[in-house]
Ligand binder design. Structure first.
Ligand code: AMP
Ligand code: ZN
Length: 458
């Protein structure tokens, strides 16, 4: 079955054909580790994780590379302002290195809580300075870059006629729309720094042929993507905010260096909004997984919340919405746990339509609806079916839940009752329900399956 992916570059759904049969390489723009990742950032990584799982479901051996931006990402994406790491380090009275280590660890922990598969390779910008210098040198030698004394080395976008092909921007328009503040020694307002000269007080700096400095943010991704995935790569992802500057710049410098088309499929995740607007510290709506956990929302409920929307549609976060997701996840889990282990294989036609949904540019909301259907009107093999679905949905449905919350003896009674029901032995099922009720477990049979509540008798 063909896997169709929406390619930002062609603005259409295209059949995925990898460079090497059976293998798929994907580069995911990673976090800038100067603060906690907010749930908007995390939506982007849930999307990347779903993509990876769908590729694996289709049998591809996936090399998933994600960078950690620990230097060079300036306060404005377009090379203005201070390095985000430096700014934050001053605020927190830590060195940028300490900051990076702390927030990287926190980010990896969030990934785990969301059941995101660990990338095959996680690479830090600061471990690849030499390669970035070589990349920059290559561009200078080919005449694509120039030096501004006291500023750094800049990429000359006018030498790359295809600049703007990802976003649809035209150089003339970028020129007209430029703000006056840009350094007038830049040949074009869209020219961007490959390498920045470091003033003495900049803590993160390295020697280079152009004096002490640090790499630009864009060069880091091109360098590491090429190092680990080759001069041409299958898939590159990020949030939609990356399209007009970061990814446009990555394309320009990479294709200028190699003379070849670089990324075959560009995929971008839409934003998570909060109460219909932007998430920001100043609006006091900068939520992290910890914020959710403080309000008894599991990280996986946030994953569930994201599965409900297609990755190319904006998603609005509200507390009502996430509470509903938490409930739904619990019910789905119970529905799953109540299904009999009948040892039957998953029904092929149901697998087939699930596969069709995820292969249609990751139609995960539809795939999730199929999971609900399997729980609501179970057929033989329903459990096996949900296990297959969960390889993509990643909701950890088979994690032991009942045993964790019900004392083992009661869990056993509940399981016995489920089996009695499955065998249509209603008398036995009812007797067991009464027995459970006496011991504090209220059992209800709903459309979604059996749910229970446990209030231990005093
Ligand atoms: P950063 O740490 O700023 O480099 O961002 C990490 C990732 O989060 C990038 O892929 C961004 O595109 C993405 N991102 C930032 N804000 C949001 C948001 N509100 N919703 C979804 N993705 C976001
Ligand atoms: Zn990037």
């Amino acid at each position: 079955m063909d896997l169709m992916l929406y390619n930002t570059l062609s603005r259409s759904k295209e059949k995925f054909i990898p460079l090497e049969p059976g293998k798929a390489g994907m580069y995911v723009c990673g976090p800038t580790v100067y603060d906690y990742a907010h749930i908007g950032n995390l939506r982007s990584y849930i999307f990347a994780d779903l993509l990876r799982r769908v590729l694996e479901y289709n049998g591809y051996e996936v090399t998933h590379v994600m960078n950690i931006t620990d230097v060079g990402h300036l306060v404005s994406d377009a090379d203005e302002g201070e390095d985000k790491m430096a700014e934050s380090a001053r605020r927190e009275k830590k060195t940028p290195w300490e900051l990076a280590e702390f927030y990287t660890r926190d980010f990896m922990n969030s990934m785990e809580l969301l059941n995101l598969k660990k990338p095959t390779i996680v690479c830090k910008a600061t471990d690849h300075i030499r390669e970035m210098i070589e990349f920059t040198q290559g561009l200078l030698e080919k005449g694509y870059a120039y030096r501004i004394e006291g500023q750094g080395i800049y990429f000359d976008v006018s030498k790359f006629p295809e600049y703007g092909k990802l976003s649809g921007n035209r150089l003339e328009d970028l020129q007209a729309g430029a703000r006056v503040a840009v350094d007038e020694r830049k040949r074009h307002p869209a020219d961007f720094a490959l390498w920045k000269d470091a003033p003495p007080e900049h803590i993160m700096q390295w020697p280079s042929p152009w004096g002490p400095g640090y790499p630009g943010w864009h060069i880091e991704c091109s360098t590491m993507a090429m190092k680990y995935l080759g001069k041409q790569i299958d898939i590159h992802t990020g949030g939609i905010d990356h399209i007009p500057i970061h990814h446009e710049n990555e394309i320009a410098q990479s294709e200028a260096l190699t003379g070849k088309p670089w990324v075959r499929y560009w995929l971008h995740g839409e934003f998570l909004q909060v109460d219909g607007g932007k998430m920001s510290k100043s609006l006091n709506n900068f939520y992290t997984l910890a914020t959710l956990q403080e309000r008894n929302i599991e990280p996986l409920a946030f994953r569930y919340f994201c599965l409900n929307a297609h990755y190319r549609t904006p998603l609005n976060f509200t507390w009502d919405g996430i509470a509903a997701a938490q409930k739904s996840l619990e019910r789905l889990r119970q529905g799953y746990n109540n299904l009999p282990d009948d040892g039957q294989p998953a029904p092929p036609q149901m697998l087939e339509r699930f596969h069709r949904a995820i292969n249609d540019d990751l139609n995960v909301p539809l795939a999730l609806a199929y999971a609900w259907e399997a729980v609501r009107s179970p057929s033989p093999g329903a459990k096996a079916l949900l296990d297959r679905f969960d390889a993509v949905l990643g909701l950890n449905l088979n994690a032991p839940q009942v045993a964790k919350e019900l004392p083992p003896e009661l869990a056993r009674l509940l399981e016995e009752r489920n089996q009695a029901r499955a065998a249509r032995n209603w008398a036995k099922a009812d007797a067991l329900r009464d027995e459970l009720a006496r011991r504090g477990v209220t059992v209800k049979d709903t459309k979604e399956g059996t749910v229970w509540e446990y209030n231990p008798p005093a």
